[in-house]
Design a protein around this ligand. Structure first.
Ligand code: ZN
Length: 246
């Protein structure tokens, strides 16, 4: 089974469409979405409809989905994120809001070997930024391969801590062999708001039979996504950061 991994789309319809076009060329069997479909970006309804149209095998909520749905107050958000969440809540249709409200909390087990979460398996809102965070997350994982999002930073941790074999090394396109013994914790990066200095949309292709993960980067219409944010009257920083990937 080849999984298309999407996370942190953040209402960026332009980035999502570019990713889906690229992934169709690469080939995949089914979709996993690790949350934060909405928030920050200017086209939350379109991003939600597109994602649901993929009929994901696994779909869980992120912290922005939760706040935009009205399930939680935006007290943990900075001013920019809060304003975007309030706007998102106001523009989504009642049916779309019902879908957001009903999104399950991670972790979600996909197979005996694979689970997905937004932040970590033990807390959907917790960030994994370094090896210490990754160790805590891996100790709480139930499966050999655990996929996460939330930081918007591509990362691959494995245990036992041996170097992960890199099979392919292109411009923003790496394929890695996962340890057959031991476990792996993987973030493929954000579709709609990359923060690693590379503004291109990020996604992943996981092949459990071959035990490989491919990290892809795709150029997309950043100006279009920025125009949607400005047209929505959202803070200018949300448009600016897309150009620098931060
Ligand atoms: Zn996010």
């Amino acid at each position: 089974m080849r999984y298309l991994i999407l996370t942190d789309i953040h209402a960026n319809r332009h980035a999502l469409q570019a990713v889906l076009a690229d992934a169709a060329v690469q080939g995949y069997d089914t979709v996993l979405c690790l949350g934060d479909i909405v928030g920050y970006g200017g086209e939350p309804g379109a991003a939600l409809d597109l994602t649901l149209g993929l009929s994901p095998t696994g779909l869980i909520r992120g912290n922005h989905d939760k706040v935009c749905a009205g399930l939680e107050p935006a007290t943990s958000f900075n001013d920019v994120a809060r304003r975007a969440a309030e706007w998102t809540h106001a523009v989504l249709s009642p049916a779309q809001l019902r879908i957001l409200v009903a999104l399950p909390r991670g972790p979600m087990r996909i197979t005996g070997d694979l689970e997905i979460c937004h932040g970590t398996p033990f807390n959907e809102d917790q960030y994994v930024f370094d090896v210490g965070d990754a160790g805590r997350a891996m100790r709480s994982a139930a499966c050999r391969v655990c996929l996460f999002g939330h930081t918007h930073l591509p990362a691959l941790y494995s245990t036992p801590a041996h170097p992960v074999e890199r099979l392919l090394d292109g411009d923003g396109d790496g394929e890695y062999r996962l340890p057959r013994e031991g476990s792996a914790l993987i973030n493929v990066g954000s579709v709609g708001q990359p923060r690693d200095g590379d503004p291109r949309a990020a996604y992943g292709l996981l092949d459990l039979e071959r035990s490989t993960i491919r990290m892809r980067r795709v150029a997309y219409d950043i100006a279009g996504a920025q125009a949607a944010i400005r047209a929505a009257g959202l803070p200018a920083w949300l448009a600016q950061r897309l150009a620098s990937g931060e």
